[in-house]
Design a protein around this ligand. Structure first.
Ligand SMILES: O=C(O)CCC(=O)C(=O)O
Ligand SMILES: [Fe+2]
Length: 350
């Protein structure tokens, strides 16, 4: 099957093939921008030596995770001299001949390297395709990367390392915001062995953006997902039952909380539902890094966020609401869940 990029560039493409129109009713009632702003976390304050500044940033971070499951980080220190070439090089990857791109696929069941977008049937056995090509691979604890274009591996490796550092510091602030010891999440999730995945998503202009979708609504496994885009919007998140289109502050990184932050916080911090819409004028590229627990970590609610059912209920403490589960088993369960089936996060709820 040809890539979406090839399909989009084909002279014969007059209208959207029907395999791509499964989500045509999804786009109604998208709010342009929320009445209250998306939370912005100033990373410089979070790492400040001024205790008042730090306390305020930790408070804001907790509030963002609780109310939105989503925020923008500014002053994060990752320079455009790294991210601009990374965008350009990923773009060059998608320009490689189809057969060459596919040669980089590795069908390792635990750590696959995936190129391209095709989706299996949903439970109704229909063929459902998304308007997206992608390159996706594990960068930690094992590092995989196509060796073409030549600069790709060095750039991804540096970006992955920088985002691991950012994730670690955000998780410290998040632990404190939950009333846990600063390094609680890091230790419990074995963050030194964090499962980190890099993905470059490529959304060509689409002849009928109202009928297609880049990525359907989903939550991400893991703790924190970082997203950068090439100046073209498309990310939408669900908040209080409504869908919002997001505009990025230039230079900021979008961060969303994942399923395992929801689990470790015993449901206090929600894993946000999000999706990628497409447009008919501009190519969109998003660079995503998902930071999870170690592959072998057993994830469960932090004991400090939980009280025994017989104990008196204090504040918003509650009995554990999720069954403990090994991280990679969770990821594999999620990968094999078909469209429309109950997500694994729901299935492990007590
Ligand atoms: O490209 C986007 O805006 C969304 C990407 C995303 O949600 C994902 O890769 O998990
Ligand atoms: Fe996602």
């Amino acid at each position: 099957m040809a890539s979406v990029k090839t399909l989009a560039q084909s002279q014969d493409l007059k209208s959207l093939p029907s395999d791509y129109t499964h989500f045509k009713n999804q786009h109604k009632s998208v709010e342009a921008s929320p009445e209250v702003g998306i939370p912005v976390i100033n990373f410089a304050l979070l790492t400040s030596s001024n205790p008042d500044h730090r306390a305020k940033a930790i408070h804001d971070l907790g509030k963002a995770c609780e109310e939105w499951g989503f925020f923008m980080v500014i002053n994060h220190g990752i320079p455009e001299t790294l991210t601009n070439p990374l965008f350009e090089t990923c773009d060059e990857f998608f320009d490689l001949p189809e057969e060459e791109k596919l040669q980089f696929e590795i069908k390792n069941p635990r750590f696959p390297v995936m190129v391209r977008s095709s989706v299996g049937p949903n439970p109704a056995n229909e063929k459902v395709l998304f308007w997206r090509d992608y390159l996706r691979f594990f960068v930690h604890p094992e590092y995989y990367c196509p060796h073409k274009p030549e600069q790709l591996s060095g750039l991804v490796s540096e970006y992955a390392e920088r985002t691991r550092g950012l994730a670690r510091k955000l998780l410290r602030g998040i632990s404190l915001s939950l009333g846990l010891e600063e390094t609680y999440i890091e230790k419990a999730m074995e963050f030194d062995l964090t499962t980190q995945v890099f993905a470059a998503n490529y959304y060509p202009p689409c002849p009928d953006p109202e009928s297609a979708i880049g990525i359907p609504p989903h939550t991400d496994p893991g703790l924190l997902t970082f997203l950068l885009q090439n100046g073209v919007g498309g990310l939408e998140i669900q908040h209080e039952g409504k869908w919002f289109h997001l505009n990025a502050i230039p230079g900021s990184i979008f961060v969303n909380t994942g399923d395992h932050l929801e689990i470790v916080s015993n449901g206090k911090y929600k894993s946000v539902w999000h999706r990628a819409a497409v447009n008919n004028t501009k190519k969109r590229i998003s660079l995503v890094v998902a930071n999870g627990p170690s592959p072998d970590a057993i994830v469960e609610p932090a004991p400090d966020t939980v009280v025994e059912p017989s104990a008196p209920l204090l504040c918003d403490d509650a009995p554990a609401k999720y069954v403990p589960m090994n991280y990679m088993e969770y990821v594999e369960e999620q990968r094999s869940t078909k469209l429309g089936e109950k997500p694994i996060l729901e299935r492990i709820k007590k």
